[in-house]
Design a protein around this ligand. Structure first.
Ligand code: NAD
Ligand code: UFG
Length: 343
């Protein structure tokens, strides 16, 4: 076996598990590390069903140097894809110290161990949330980073700042727009925790009868149908972008030790357009009601993908209807006992 080993922190999470599949398909061996704070061991079976190979997995925390050192000593790790973080915006306001400790402290610990072990390639999970309400749409990577509106957003900005200061580390900083969908097999997807905050899991749970109806958070925005616009991207397209970014690092093609890329489709969709795409893809009508605006929502944001299309030679392949069909297939296969309903 001559596969190239890549450490994937947060490897059992939503994006990490899909990236593990893409890495396998591209001839890498993902070494998955996760503390299971927001995922379950059953994800390993899902990955195995798709790839035919039981993934290498370590239950452990990125804050724990001994776990990390152990992995770097056991495997010849060429690069790290760092997904491990807490990601709930609202919760971060309640628990800022936990968020800074895990998201910023965890990455600092990881970087220290990488330095000690002589590993200098990193793909980092950032977010379009760093742009806030952008001045210019579509958003290029040159759009200024705005003051963060939550500790979660601030933690991503701090990590970016740290990575810019750590010159020995070659970083591909990927700013995700709105990742949705699931692997087309339906074997892996996004695990719902409590009442979903995000649009697509809320839609699929409504279609499954777990939620009564979708509340649209405001229809009086200055957009064509009055609802907010986002750039939804299929999680498998996102996963493939990580492989492209990794290749750029491993082939030493970067022009600078810190490069940022926007990962989106380049198209914005309103909340009502997402609902329509779901209904078209599945034939299921989603009951909706119009509620007040949600605090902190930006009106519209979508990516300018010129840079990432050209430099990483990557483009999205799956449209909104495919995202909805795959999210629904995953929802249908979900063991209801795994859905933590919340109050
Ligand atoms: P996720 O919660 O599904 O996955 C994160 C995984 O990391 C989980 O399995 C969790 O158990 C694990 N984890 C958390 N802290 C850890 C620690 N200290 N040590 C080891 N494992 C730990 O989230 P996701 O949606 O897959 O997001 C992955 C990354 O992408 C995160 O950094 C997130 O902030 C970023 N991101 C996500 C979105 C999104 O909408 N999903 C958007 C932009 C950026
Ligand atoms: N929405 C509803 N009803 C719902 C849920 C969402 O109308 O029940 C609307 C929101 O108001 C927003 C749109 O659907 O207009 C998208 O909302 P999401 O919560 O799905 O996504 P956000 O763009 O608000 O935020 C997500 C992640 C953030 C991340 C950001 C950018 O939750 O963590 O994408 O990557 F920072």
């Amino acid at each position: 076996m001559n596969k190239k080993d890549i450490l994937v922190t947060g490897g059992l999470g939503f994006i990490g598990s899909h990236t593990a599949v893409s890495l396998h398909e591209a001839g890498y061996r993902p070494i998955l590390l996760d503390n299971l704070s927001n995922s379950e061991l059953s994800v390993l079976e899902g990955i195995e069903k798709i790839t035919g190979v039981a993934p290498v997995f370590f239950k452990g925390d990125v804050n724990d140097p001994s776990v990390l050192n152990g992995i770097f000593e056991q495997f010849h790790i060429l690069a790290v894809i760092h997904f491990a973080a807490y990601k709930a915006v609202g919760e971060s306001v309640e628990k800022p110290l936990e968020y800074y400790h895990n998201n910023v402290g965890g990455m600092i610990n990881l970087l220290k161990v990488m330095k000690k072990q002589g590993v200098s390639n990193m793909v980092f999970s950032s977010s379009c949330t760093v742009y806030g309400e952008p001045e210019v749409i579509p958003v290029t990577e040159n759009e200024p980073v705005k003051d963060a509106t939550s500790p979660y957003g601030a933690s991503k900005q701090m990590c970016e700042t740290i990575l810019k200061d750590v010159h020995w580390c070659h970083t591909q900083c990927l700013r995700y727009f709105n990742p949705v969908g699931a692997h087309e097999s339906g074997f892996i997807g996004e695990l719902p925790i409590g009442i979903p905050n995000n649009l697509v899991p809320y839609i699929t749970q409504t279609a499954a009868g777990i939620r009564e109806k979708l509340t649209v958070h405001g229809n009086d925005y200055p957009t064509a149908d009055g609802t907010c616009i986002r750039d939804y991207i299929h999680v498998m397209d996102l996963a493939d972008a990580h492989v492209a970014a990794l290749s750029r690092l491993l082939e030493s093609k970067e022009e600078s030790y810190f490069e940022t890329f926007n990962l989106g489709t380049g198209n914005g969709s309103s909340v009502m357009e997402v609902v329509e795409a779901f209904e078209k893809a599945t034939g299921i009508k989603i009951p909706t009601t119009i509620g007040p605006r949600r605090a902190g929502d930006v009106v519209r944001v979508w990516a300018d993908t010129t840079k990432v299309n050209r430099i990483l030679q990557w483009k999205t392949k799956r449209n909104l209807q495919a995202m909805m069909a795959d999210a629904w297939r995953w929802q249908l296969g979900l063991d209801k006992s795994k859905i933590k309903l919340g109050s």
